[in-house]
Design a protein around this ligand. Structure first.
Ligand code: ADP
Ligand code: MG
Length: 215
């Protein structure tokens, strides 16, 4: 049987990376083999693209449509090298950001035409669409308070997206909620403002639904 493909979406600091690890742990307890990966990145080529996109490694910021296409290039590589082969072997894939991030950030955030952006995703993913997308919703300010603490703890600094102004991130959050509203079958909105364990158990309830339903 094909593995399930679950994506985690949401604004900066909403807890995607934290929850991805918790999902893997709970699946392992049930004897379900799963891997986690992230976007952009997750392959050698994808990680190179990630450095260009997030840390301006090329020395100049990509133009808006170039940015979109770099994300799509990283995504296609991840789909073909990692996601599709694992799903075909029956292994679940938990992806920290996927195509909806691009719709939210480059479409709603930057203002590129959303329908065109979505059409490009379907070309890029070539049939590998998430079975379930968990939108970790949080107030922009709460998310940023969390990542400020992460910087202190890990000595990291803000990437090119995290440096965008507040209004950009508000558009991203609203865009995500719109997407969830448009595709209620695929999306579940999770209140990410609670304690990590509470968020995790809400997520697990949704995943158990997916486990029992034959989607
Ligand atoms: N539910 C939560 N409540 C409080 N802090 C959290 C919660 N989930 C994650 N964090 C912390 O907030 C920061 C951002 O979480 P992270 O999982 O990296 O978010 P994201 O991957 O969505 O940017 C981390 O320092 C993490 O430990
Ligand atoms: Mg993260």
């Amino acid at each position: 049987m094909r593995g399930k493909f679950i994506t985690l979406e949401g604004p900066e600091g909403s807890g995607k990376s934290t929850q991805a690890k918790m999902i893997i742990r709970r699946l392992a307890e049930r004897g379900i083999e799963a891997i986690t990966t992230r976007e952009p990145g997750g392959t050698a080529l994808g990680e190179e693209i990630r450095n260009i996109l997030q840390h301006n490694q090329a020395g100049e910021a990509p133009c808006e449509r170039a940015e979109l296409l770099l994300f799509e290039a990283s995504r296609n590589q991840l789909v073909e090298k990692v996601i599709r082969p694992h799903l075909e072997k029956g292994i679940w894939v938990i992806c920290d950001r996927f195509m909806d991030s691009t719709t939210a950030y480059q479409g709603y955030g930057r203002g590129l035409p959303v329908q065109a952006v979505k059409a490009i995703h379907y070309f890029t993913v070539d049939g590998v669409v998430p079975d379930l997308t968990l939108l970790l919703d949080i107030e922009v300010s709460t998310g940023f308070e969390r990542i400020a603490q992460r910087y202190l703890a890990l000595g990291e600094s803000a990437d090119r997206f995290e440096q965008e102004e507040r209004s950009f991130h508000e558009k991203v959050r609203a865009g995500y909620l719109k997407l969830a509203n448009e595709e209620p079958e695929r999306f579940r909105v999770i209140n990410a403002a609670q304690e990590p364990e509470a968020v995790s158990s809400n997520i697990w309830k949704v995943i158990e639904e997916v486990l029992t339903e034959d989607r």
